[in-house]
Design a binder for this molecule. Structure first.
Ligand SMILES: [Zn+2]
Length: 133
């Protein structure tokens, strides 16, 4: 009988680091060492120059809603949520947008474009979890 052992990784993956930051209300980004372009940590190659060497930069997970889509049926893992919005928001003081899940939005009356949202956590299936400020 063979035994499979899971090796504990010493270095956290990009995704794990991103999740840890999200759980602290932050957004982890990568700054390309070649062209200084800044992207979310979850992107592995620079969008501008295809470089793959980065510095980590952390931003406050706060921004303004740019656009959103209301989903009437919650996806798996959110069965307790009646409805939610998939929100794209422009991150304050950062040169990029991010997107996440904002529970409790039933109609366009519940969320305005330009309204402030913040990152409050991370769901492994659905990504960033947001809250209205
Ligand atoms: Zn680059």
């Amino acid at each position: 009988m063979s035994e499979t052992k899971q090796h504990q990784q010493k270095n956290l993956s990009s995704r794990e680091k991103f999740i840890q930051s999200a759980n602290r209300g932050k957004l982890l980004a990568n700054k390309c060492l070649r062209c200084a372009h800044i992207m979310l940590e979850t992107i592995y190659y620079c969008e501008k120059c295809s470089g793959n060497k980065f510095d980590s930069v952390e931003y406050e997970g706060i921004g303004k809603t740019v656009t959103y889509t209301i989903q009437a049926v919650a996806p798996e893992g959110f069965e307790d949520t009646e409805s939610y919005a998939w929100v794209v928001f422009r991150v304050d003081n950062a040169p990029f947008r991010a997107s996440g899940f904002l529970p409790g939005v039933k109609s366009s009356k519940d969320l305005a474009i330009g309204e402030k949202v913040k990152v409050v956590g991370f769901n492994p299936n659905h990504g960033l979890i947001l809250q209205k400020i």
